[in-house]
Design a protein around this ligand. Structure first.
Ligand SMILES: [Fe+2]
Length: 329
């Protein structure tokens, strides 16, 4: 992992800022308990999940559907509210796409309507949430210091993408926990052999910023798994008779990845995530899962798969990782 940190020296030819201190300042313990990254979740965002929940913020109405995944999110919500009790949720989602570098949403109170462009009949969601601006700024500082091209998004009128909103709603429909939202640089989509190395660095920057600001943070990597999907929608979108894996190849590969996750440790996943992307066009190509595990230091622990299900044929899993030290305590 060390090679990804040997990036061009900060303050070099690209006019980057000096690097922040590499040793984190002593953390101020959060009033809710030990500070630091207290959990990370693979938390997929297909709009169908929010649609099926029928929250007041979403305009379309449904009869339900995709219950096993929604029940997995129900367990996740209880874990967050009763066990982890974070100060902040940090989400990396693949549909806030930035062509150049990594952007951090630093707008204090994003508010508006988020629409899924392919499924506007399923997802027109009215959002209004608070950003943890000091932590957002700290992540941008640390990312810049580690050599990533970084921008702070301060425009309050930029529409927040449906992946960010969808994951955040499923994780915390009360919206009573401040948020930091990170963009997905889309280079991996253009350059199929591009490594996910930048996500290792962004993960390290995230961890340093959490420690420096003394936050108790939960990370959300908002990716689906296998990503081939149907191109025709049933008359009733939530007709579960029509829902099943795209094919057995996609399903088997999702199981191969999830079995490795359930076995632990996470280090072998570095290789396996790339193989899974090649085999299944997995959405993890956008880097959210790699960012999440890198920020947690690729812990030597099994992940807890809270649920798996398909949505228009794509594979989706809700998975929890908690820090290594919690497994020894
Ligand atoms: Fe997506």
């Amino acid at each position: 992992m060390s090679k990804v940190f040997r990036l061009p020296a900060p303050g070099g030819t690209h006019g980057r800022r000096p690097a922040p201190a590499t040793t984190p300042s002593p953390s101020v313990p959060s009033s809710r308990g030990r500070a630091g990254i207290v959990a990370g979740y693979l938390s997929p965002h297909p709009p169908h999940l929010v649609y099926a929940e029928n929250p007041p913020q979403n305009e379309p109405r449904s009869e339900g559907g995709w219950e096993t995944l929604r029940w997995a999110y129900d367990r996740l919500r209880r874990r967050i509210k009763e066990v982890h009790r974070p100060d902040t949720l940090i989400v990396h989602a693949p549909h806030w796409i930035t062509m150049v570098g990594h952007h951090v949403n630093c707008a204090p109170n994003p508010k508006g309507v988020s629409v899924e462009p392919i499924f506007p009949h399923l997802f027109r969601y009215h959002y209004d949430f608070r950003t943890d601006v000091p932590l957002a700024e700290a992540i941008a500082d640390e990312a810049e210091g580690l050599g990533l091209v970084t921008s702070r998004m301060r425009d309050p009128d930029v529409r927040v993408d449906y992946a960010t909103i969808g994951a955040l709603h499923m994780v915390n429909p009360d919206w009573d926990i401040p948020v930091v939202s990170l963009s997905a640089n889309n280079n991996p989509y253009f350059y199929s052999d591009a490594s996910l190395g930048d996500m290792e660095v962004l993960g390290e920057a995230t961890r340093r910023a959490v420690e420096r600001t003394g936050r108790r943070a939960v990370l959300l990597g908002s990716n689906s798994l296998s990503h081939l999907h149907w191109h025709e929608e049933p008359e009733l979108p939530e007709d579960m008779e029509r829902e099943h894996p795209y094919n057995n190849h996609q399903y088997r590969w999702d199981m191969k990845l999830l079995e490795a996750i359930r076995r632990g440790p996470t280090a072998p996943l570095k290789e396996l995530i790339s193989e899974h992307i090649e085999a299944t066009a997995s959405e993890t190509k956008a880097g959210s899962l790699t960012w999440l595990l890198a920020a947690m230091g690729w812990p030597r622990v099994p992940g807890d798969v809270l649920g798996y299900g398909t949505i228009i044929g794509t594979g989706n899993a809700v998975v929890e990782w908690t820090p290594e030290e919690d497994h020894h305590g």
